[in-house]
Ligand binder design. Structure first.
Ligand code: C2O
Length: 606
């Protein structure tokens, strides 16, 4: 993977320092730099010290959104990419760095990029969801995303945040700890991103447009990929297989990212265990599993310990979907990469020996919700003095949202292919969120919100029902562009309740602008009297995307200390399209450093 990454700082000393740091830090990236080593090493040493003292590095990156051809499963397609790559370039930064990304749109589609999981403290203008924090970047235009990585280290990712373009527009974000700060676990021998994606032979923009026009559920992907490669279990794909070559006795950190559009995934490596050490760029208490589950939007760092000897075998690294939905409504295939050991006896150490025994992992059943519950219950914050779990102990605002599917009546001029001739829809608190044609954040900032949004998102369902019991006969949802307003620094508790309308389903809910703590979860209907007593307020996992259990509920808490408009949505793209999304409006605080910064001058116009 090659990428152009350069550093821009006022002083040339710091520029050299940044370049040196990038060269030292950006593992796994091919770098093409030539310079006079002698001169620069002196300058760099000095400037590393200066940069260390200032603890500020600017990372400037140019990203070109451009069409590129790719061939998978025996078919070639032209698709939207960043820099012609899929997955796109890996962004590497250190905690505390300022990141400046210039994005230029060279394609016929409008585009935005989102830095998934980056908190964007006071810099909502750089968050990226189209029509929420910005108007899209139009063809031929550029926009500079400018933000600082504060209080986070680990793996996150970036992706397009408009329509379904993230199908091919995504890539890893690696945030290294501050200089001199070690991981809270033994340093791995090597680390690398392992990005799960979906491969669609069709153009995903046509797929979603057709689904919206017919009201039916959209088609599903043709394959899953690991770092863009489908692997040996698919047609024509043996050459397109991700291979991880390891040495005996060494430990490897896999930065797992689920960038699939619509599928939660189980992942396992045959005859090896995985030790989970971080999720969503927050360290967790390490625990070891054979299989894990990762939802779209989530990231998970795992340590994979290679065997102490050369095993004379190869091992599949496989991922397949978790879903409680009807078969046919999701991609029921399996992606495999291959874990290979370097043969100490072989002349060319890393050569792949043909005919070695091959081991495959056993993945859970497609609908194994018990497995998922078991796994998610193991996730705990480190909760140490250095990495405390700052879970709000008291609550200022309590909210209860239903999360689920529904329908919309078929418009008079249309024939609809949803259930009983309706259109498929999805909603939170029965509101199917309609994106405006002007950006919410700008409307808020300029005070021109009339006709763009209403600040009246319901704090609880307007007509309560037995959410996980027999579904009501009327499955219709309302539509609207409603925001929920929070005062600065409110501590919030939100219970999200799945419904059985058109079938229970797990929904990976993602909140922009914040991490939250997952204080409780359960099955059936949430019991506001008895369930809170079971909440974990000591070491709950902290993350940005959580699965609302199929037929159950999850309770989260967060501190609304980031002014702006923050999108919250299901990270299954099909559900987002159907309206399973809303936005919070967090007001400015009274202090100067508690206010949303003004918009950059190049903010795109609608
Ligand atoms: Cu990963 Cu709103 O997105």
């Amino acid at each position: 993977m090659a990428m152009a990454i350069s550093s821009a700082l006022p002083s040339s000393l710091l520029m050299a320092a940044a370049v040196m740091l990038l060269i030292v830090q950006a593992q796994g990236i091919t770098r093409h730099y030539e310079f006079n080593v002698r001169v620069y090493i002196c300058i760099a040493c000095l400037s590393v010290v200066i940069a260390f003292l200032m603890n500020l590095i600017d990372r400037s990156i140019d990203l070109q959104v451009q069409m590129a051809n790719a061939t998978r499963l025996c078919a070639t397609k032209s698709m939207v990419t960043v820099n012609g790559q899929c997955p796109g370039p890996e962004l590497v930064a250190r905690e505390g760095d300022r990141v400046v990304v210039r994005v230029t749109n060279n394609v016929a589609h409008n585009i935005t990029l989102h830095w998934h999981g980056i908190r964007q403290v006071r810099t909502g203008w750089a968050d990226g969801p189209a029509y929420v924090t910005q108007c899209p970047i139009q063809t031929g235009q550029s926009y500079v995303y400018n933000f600082t990585v504060t209080g986070q280290r680990g793996t996150l990712w970036w992706h397009a945040h408009i329509s379904w373009l993230r199908a091919t527009v995504y890539g890893p974000i690696v945030i290294l700890p501050k200089p001199g700060v070690p991981y809270p676990f033994p340093a791995p021998h090597k680390e690398l991103p392992v990005v799960f994606g979906e491969w669609w032979t069709a153009d995903t923009e046509e797929v979603v447009n057709q689904a919206v026009q017919t009201g039916a559920g959209p088609n599903v992907s043709d394959a899953f990929t690991i770092n863009g490669l489908p692997g040996p279990l698919y047609n024509c794909s043996a050459q397109d297989t991700f291979k991880l070559k390891v040495k005996p006795r060494k430990t490897y950190m896999l930065r797992l990212i689920n960038a699939a559009l619509n599928d939660e995934l189980f992942f396992s490596v045959a005859n090896h265990t995985l030790t989970v050490v971080e999720v969503d760029a927050v360290y967790v208490k390490p625990f070891t599993v054979e299989t894990l589950v990762i939802s779209p939007g989530q990231t998970t760092n795992v340590l994979l310990a290679a065997k102490p000897y050369y095993p004379g075998a190869n091992f599949y690294m496989s991922a397949a979907p978790y879903s409680t939905a009807r078969p046919g409504t999701f991609d029921n295939t399996t992606v495999a990469g291959i874990l290979e050991y370097e043969n100490p006896m072989s002349a060319s150490a890393a050569s792949f020996v043909k005919g070695l025994p091959l081991f495959r992992p056993t993945l859970p059943q497609l609908n194994d919700t018990d497995f998922v519950t078991n796994f998610t219950n193991k996730l705990r914050s480190l909760a140490t003095a250095q990495y405390p779990a700052a879970v709000p102990q008291s609550v200022d605002r309590r909210f209860f949202f239903t999360v689920g599917l529904g329908t919309l009546p078929c418009p008079a001029n249309m024939t609809c292919q949803g259930p009983n001739g309706t259109q498929m829809a999805a909603a939170m608190n029965n509101v199917s969120f309609v994106l405006p044609s002007r950006a919410l954040l700008q409307s808020h900032f300029t005070g021109l919100s009339t006709g763009v949004y209403a600040p009246d998102f319901p704090v609880a369902p307007l007509s309560p029902f037995n959410y996980t019991g027999t579904p009501p006969n009327n499955t219709n949802v309302a539509t609207g562009t409603k925001l929920l307003v929070l005062p600065y620094n409110a501590s919030v508790e939100l219970v999200m309740q799945d419904t059985s309308i058109l079938g229970i389903e797990s929904h990976p809910l993602h909140l922009h602008g914040f991490n939250f703590f997952v204080v409780g979860q359960g099955f059936g209907n949430y019991d506001a009297v008895n369930d809170p007593a079971k909440f974990n307020l000591v070491d709950p996992v902290e993350r940005n995307t959580v699965g609302v259990p199929a037929g159950g509920w999850v309770a989260i808490r967060f501190l609304a200390d980031n002014p702006g408009v923050w999108f919250m949505h299901c990270h299954l793209e099909v559900h987002t399209t159907w309206g399973l999304r809303m936005a919070w409006l967090v007001l400015d605080g009274s202090q100067p450093d508690q206010k949303l910064l003004p918009p950059p001058s190049d903010l795109p116009k609608c």
